[in-house]
Design a protein around this ligand. Structure first.
Ligand code: MN
Length: 195
């Protein structure tokens, strides 16, 4: 079974005015779809991997019996599929405040405001294309803010569990914000209902 684009649980304009409908449509139907298509293409010559769940492929990435070029393709495009699938859920306008998470953020970072400041700073400074994440470290169980490059999935090689992440690739904001990444980040907090 091939990997498929998951259904977007809301309309393209649901995050207006902060994330515009055109960006959402292109991001979802073009960028996310392209990761899926390229992941499927990379898996084609490995019939035993075709039916494997995406998280299994990424958690065990270094142990997959594949050629190096295909491992890189699974890392990039499988990661892209994983990250974007999560991103749409994170931004669901039907989400409500996660009180348990807020409590843990308070104890880990001092306050939600301080956490947002640190996360924003990290996202602003991320050089090139990548994601800023709130992650749970699988070894320490602690929350961490971390920038991951390109489309590296947090679960890759069983390092982290994602809590939520911000896509800071230019394709996520360029139509509306052009080079103004800080403004995109500031407005992104307004669509995130979880904290
Ligand atoms: Mn993206």
């Amino acid at each position: 079974m091939k990997h498929e684009l998951p259904k977007l649980p809301y309309a393209y304009n649901a995050l207006e005015p902060y994330i515009d409908a055109k960006t959402m449509e292109i991001h979802y139907t073009k960028h996310h779809q392209a990761y899926i298509d390229k992941l499927n293409a990379a898996l084609e010559k490995y019939p035993d991997l075709v039916g494997r769940p995406l998280d299994e492929l990424l958690i065990g990435l270094d142990k997959l019996q594949v050629e190096d070029a295909d491992r890189l393709a699974i890392r990039n495009h499988g990661g892209g599929h994983f990250n974007h699938s999560l991103f749409w859920k994170i931004l669901d306008p039907a989400n409500t405040k996660d009180e348990l998470l807020i409590k843990e953020i308070n104890s880990s970072f001092g306050s939600v405001d301080e956490f947002k400041k640190q996360f924003t700073d990290s996202a602003t400074k991320l050089f090139g294309s990548g994601w800023t994440w709130l992650l749970r470290n699988n070894q320490t169980s602690k929350l961490e803010i971390k920038n991951l490059p390109i489309q590296d999935a947090p679960i890759m090689n069983n390092a982290f569990q994602p809590v939520f992440g911000l896509d800071v690739w230019e394709h996520a904001y360029y139509l509306k914000y052009q080079n103004r990444r800080p403004e995109y980040i500031e407005n992104w907090w307004k669509v995130l209902k979880l904290i």
